[in-house]
Write a protein that binds this ligand. Structure first.
Ligand code: NAD
Length: 323
């Protein structure tokens, strides 16, 4: 059997994956796909496809002749057309349980950076200024409300971290029962209330058709003046242009973004780069030696399990495949 890893450039040494594949009788082919035609040519006869960021649309999926499983290196699987894969009987898997602690820590780090102006003040010092109160006013953390959009693994871990700073925490997730909120001392609210009440908002929902631009002009208009926005989930969840307009309008005072609507930034004149109150990290919230090691091992294990006839818990289209 053959597994093709289509985003080889992301890692260096593949000996761990190669050994694991060999144990399961799988040949691991490492490559980088340039475009759809290249993707189809390299994966036409693959039994498994391992994907970091390469878009995997219907036009590619329809041309695959043997594929049984696609595994996304990560939690979000928005790069794969799951409907098209399901129609071809392909199991789509994610790795939902490798980096909640890292992404929650990154969320807290971006939030604290914006709240305490660390990056901003550091740049003023490097530019020859020594002004303790430079920039926007800082508020006491225990006087503030932290609103969490989505209340899954990462959000709950972030809530636990942030609780220690004394925030009042509220969260919006219509798919999670009251008990999970109560357990962490978090008040369950609707999205409108979250927008109106929060001094700090972070977003932790999957990107799909219904969550695209979940936070946009209408939501910014409801927010308190001086709110801080953190996004470590997916760029498409927060309308980037509306966010920058909200900063210009004095609604949002700072933002911390690990993800953008278009990644990577290629134009040095891009509007978002002109804002010194927007801190950007290059989609690195999940980084960490333990997390990435776990991720890479789990990707191969889940691909092998599906090829051996199992449907593990992280097959995201399991219900539809079993219909
Ligand atoms: P999760 O599945 O545990 O939680 C997602 C939560 O979102 C669920 O509780 C779900 O009920 C909720 N949700 C879904 N649709 C919603 C909606 N319309 N409104 C409100 N809530 C909604 O996932 P997680 O592990 O917490 O990860 C969250 C997201 O973070 C992932 O989907 C992924 O895109 C992103 N992520 C980013 C990185 C990174 O490197 N920056 C790493 C891992 C995950």
């Amino acid at each position: 059997m053959k597994a093709v890893m289509v985003d080889q450039r992301f890692f260096k040494d593949y000996s761990m994956e190669q050994e694991l594949c060999a144990k399961h009788g799988i040949e691991l082919v490492l490559t980088d796909v340039k475009d759809e035609a290249d993707y189809i040519e390299k994966c036409r006869d693959a039994d498994a496809i391992l994907i970091v960021y390469s878009p995997t649309p219907k036009s590619v999926i329809d041309k695959l002749e043997k594929c049984k499983v696609m595994v996304r290196y990560g939690v979000g699987y928005d790069v794969i057309d799951v409907e098209a894969a399901t129609a071809k009987g392909i199991a789509v898997c994610n790795i939902p349980d490798y980096c909640a602690e890292e992404v929650a820590a990154h969320t807290a780090a971006l939030a604290l950076d914006c709240l305490r102006k660390i990056t901003y003040l550091n740049s003023t010092v490097h530019n020859g200024e020594w002004v303790a109160g430079a920039g926007y006013p800082i508020r006491r953390l225990s006087s503030m409300t932290y609103g969490i959009c989505g209340f899954g693994n990462i959000a709950r871990t972030a809530a636990k971290f942030m609780k220690n700073f004394g925030f009042n925490i509220i969260a919006y997730d219509p798919y999670v029962g009251e008990e999970a909120f109560e357990k962490l001392g978090v008040k369950k609210v609707e999205l409108d209330e979250l927008c109106r009440e929060s001094d700090l908002i972070s977003v932790h929902v999957p990107l799909n058709k219904s969550t695209f631009h979940l936070i946009a002009k209408e939501q910014f208009a409801m927010m308190k003046k001086g709110v801080i926005i953190i996004n470590t989930a997916r760029g498409g969840l927060v309308c980037q242009e509306d966010l920058l307009d909200a900063i210009d309008a004095g609604i949002v005072k700072a933002a911390g973004l690990d993800v953008l609507e278009t990644e990577p930034i290629t134009d040095p004149n891009e509007r978002i780069l002109k804002y010194d109150n927007v801190i950007i990290t290059p989609h690195s919230a999940a980084q960490g030696v333990e997390a990435i090691g776990d991720l890479r091992r789990k990707v191969v294990e889940v691909a092998a399990a599906v090829l051996e006839g199992e449907l593990p818990f992280n097959v995201v289209n399991k219900r539809d495949l079993l219909k």
